[in-house]
Design a protein. Structure first.
Length: 253
């Protein structure tokens, strides 16, 4: 049981770190600058999204290329929606975290309940690490493309060097022969890639964490139902209804 509780503490710590990195701190936690991070991450999307939209219209007659651009825009949009949704619902997110942690910690005080609700904590705890590793590796793969392209051209003594960005984009200004403009766009795309990894990992991991806690509360309700008898029926029903109302409130948040 001690091992499972340690796993849960690790799970909590990972979620807290991810929330701090993405800027989704709780209201009572210090760090006004950290709370602005999510806005900064979203700003990195503006120029690449603009370039990708132009790329789409420039190749609208080519189904394969247009589909690639649409897929990329869908990925950008999904990540942006995740970030914006959490910004708009920051208060509800804080309330959800406080409610779930309060009642989940109460359940952990009972050895019998702890054993039941922490039985699969290791599976849930590994998901954030797996997701973060996967997204970072994918982003590194994307980020290495432009650098490898330049190195290949230098190796083959290509002149002038054609500069290619990490994502397909078309801009009103020329970046393929302008080193400064290319560098600025590439840096922005690298920050964009980092933002995608951070926002995706944090939001999906938070959903996993809340889902684990809700499953634990649901397990507590099931356990109490199994304890029904003539002597404590009314009390147990009241407790089950209270916990069910907690779950409903959490879903509505």
């Amino acid at each position: 049981m001690i091992a499972e509780k340690l796993e849960y503490v690790k799970f909590q710590n990972v979620i807290k770190r991810l929330r701090r990195i993405v800027g989704l701190l709780k209201k009572e936690e210090p760090g006004s600058l950290s709370r602005s991070l999510i806005y900064i991450y979203l700003l990195f999307f503006i120029i690449p999204v603009f370039g990708t939209i132009n790329f789409l219209f420039a190749h609208i007659t080519n189904i394969i290329i247009a589909t690639r651009a649409l897929s990329l825009l869908l990925g950008f949009s999904t990540t942006m929606i995740k970030g914006i949704t959490f910004i708009l619902n920051r208060k509800g997110l804080d309330e959800l975290s406080e409610t779930l942690e309060q009642y989940f910690d109460e359940l952990l005080k009972t050895p019998e309940m702890s054993k039941q609700i922490l039985s699969k904590v290791s599976i849930f705890r590994r998901f954030p690490s797996f997701l973060l590793t996967f997204t970072v590796l994918l982003c590194l793969f994307i980020a290495l493309g432009p650098i490898l392209s330049i190195l290949t051209q230098v190796r083959h003594k290509v002149s002038p060097i054609n500069y290619h960005l990490a994502y397909p984009a078309v801009f009103p200004w020329d970046i393929k022969t302008n080193v400064l403009l290319f560098s600025l766009h590439l840096i922005d795309e690298y920050f964009l890639t980092l933002s995608i990894a951070i926002i995706t990992s944090t939001v999906d991991s938070l959903y996993t964490y809340y889902m684990f806690q809700m499953i634990g509360i649901l397990g507590a309700i099931t356990h109490r139902i199994s304890l029904f008898d003539e002597n404590n029926c009314e009390f147990e029903i009241r407790e089950c209804v209270n916990k069910y109302n907690i779950l409903v409130d959490c879903i509505n948040k």
